[in-house]
Design a protein around this ligand. Structure first.
Ligand code: PHE
Length: 456
């Protein structure tokens, strides 16, 4: 018999926690979540989001953990081992496809973030005004050369960490960088809350306004709970295949979801008090991150230091989230196709770099491919749309059905209770009920509405 190399894994519960959290924490916490809370009714939206986490996010995360740790395989290998017929295997195939699509455009945005760390260090934002921040941002994104080069730097950094492996790469890097990210965000928060007029920022974030909870807000919260926790595309299956045998999977899912929400709130506290104290209006998306923040931070005492801290923490978030995306195909190629880790990473890095250029050069309408439209969208938006609105909710739905109906309840119970060692029958029963009857329904609604098939 061929001697099998021991499969790599995380070395401790702490490593499991940091690695999983590092996947959830990403650019989403910084440019998406804080803004969405503020514009959808503050505290009321937060409550709604937590309900969505409970009924959609956590059940799917726990199901992915079950699949990953039980089989200790990559996403396609795992479904095959659990007797998924060809149809169910599409969970893995769609997941890997989604991972690529996200990597194509995420690496591009991460490149802008990296470049802003250097711009902040060089002092490029010292004397900016509303017009010049726009120029700096266009110079960063239009290209062709600077954004492509930065994208290559990002892909190279992520690739090197992934080549180092699960323990020496993912575990070591996330154990160092996650605490650093927390420290940086707290520094930014302390400065932000001591600014004059900071209370308006708090009002924007936390004011409970139930009248803003429209059906759109419900759909946004559902979709967000899902994207935020990196679900529906095999990331959590892959990472949990490296978990320790004694890890309490249900506890880990709660800890990760709560900590991720905390990071989003801390990011909001770092951003909005400053924005309001300068009488500016918060914006959504890239505008908030790349224009409003440099403009506002450049005007406050210690602002240039803060800008470096802020973009550094954003780069950490982007890098560690990307590591978890790349690990999905890498685990597949190394385990199912027998390719060495190094070779698999290099080939994938080249593919992501080459196709990623399409995203990079279509992010701005003035870029080289800015006018090319496929299904009415530029490449950048198309990759984002297909992955977040179609593949992830669809993947989540299939995972809920696969674990809820295709796997035996006994197998699920054994895995989630660590073969009976944990005394958690009641919570497993609650999870199982939600997974079978509530999660699929809610996911179906997200899927139909986000793809526009049905208008609610
Ligand atoms: N959760 C990450 C974020 O909020 C995004 C992500 C999606 C990461 C899918 C991995 C997989 O930015």
């Amino acid at each position: 018999m061929e001697s099998q190399k021991k499969r790599e894994g995380f070395s401790s519960g702490l490593a499991v926690f940091f690695a999983t959290l590092s996947s959830a924490v990403g650019l989403g916490n910084i440019w998406k979540f804080p803004y969405l809370i503020g514009s959808n009714g503050g505290g009321a939206f937060l409550l709604l989001y937590l309900v969505c986490i409970l009924f959609v996010g956590l059940p799917i995360m726990i199901s992915e953990f079950y699949i990953g740790r039980k089989t200790r395989k990559n996403v396609i290998g795992a479904i095959t081992e659990l007797k998924g017929s060809t149809g169910w295997k599409s969970i893995g195939v769609l997941g890997i496809f989604a991972a690529y699509l996200i990597l194509f455009f995420y690496s591009s945005v991460a490149g802008w973030v990296y470049s802003y760390v250097f711009k902040a260090l060089k002092g490029d934002f010292k004397a900016v005004n509303a017009d010049t921040v726009k120029i700096v941002f266009s110079n960063t994104t239009i290209g062709p050369m600077p954004p492509i080069l930065w994208q290559i730097v990002v892909i190279a950094v992520v690739s090197i960490i992934i080549i180092l492996g699960v323990e020496k790469g993912i575990e070591r890097v996330t154990k160092t960088l996650m605490p650093l990210l927390f420290a940086l965000i707290i520094i930014c928060d302390i400065r932000a809350i001591t600014l004059p007029g900071a209370s308006d920022g708090f009002k924007f974030l936390f004011n409970v306004d139930f009248s803003k909870l429209t059906k759109d807000a419900v759909l946004v919260a559902l979709g967000l709970s899902f994207f935020k926790l990196s679900l529906g595309m095999g990331t959590m299956v892959t990472y949990s295949s490296y978990f320790t045998e004694d890890n309490n999977l249900i506890k880990t899912s709660f800890k990760v979801a709560l900590s991720d929400t905390l990071v989003s709130l801390l990011a909001g506290i770092a951003i909005f008090p400053a924005v309001f104290s300068f009488g500016m209006q918060p914006e959504a998306g890239p505008g908030l991150l790349f224009m409003t923040i440099p403009l506002v931070f450049s005007q406050i005492p210690f602002g240039s230091f803060l800008l470096v801290a802020f973009f550094l923490l954003s780069s950490i978030a982007a890098t560690t989230a990307m590591m978890s995306m790349l690990e999905v195909p890498i685990a597949y190629y190394t385990e199912e196709k027998g390719i060495t880790r190094k070779k698999a990473v290099i080939i994938n890095a080249i593919i992501i770099g080459v196709v990623g250029i399409l995203a990079t050069l279509s992010a701005d309408s003035h870029s080289l491919f800015g006018n090319i439209k496929v299904f009415g969208k530029g490449f950048f938006d198309l990759f984002d749309y297909i992955s977040s609105n179609i593949l992830m909710p669809l993947g989540g739905l299939l995972i809920a059905l696969f674990v809820g109906y295709k796997n035996s309840k006994r197998d699920v119970q054994l895995q989630l209770s660590n073969k009976g060692i944990l005394n958690n029958v009641a919570i497993i029963n609650i999870y199982y009920f939600i997974l079978r009857y509530i999660t699929p329904l809610l996911l179906l609604i997200i899927f139909l509405s986000s793809t526009g098939i049905v208008k609610f």
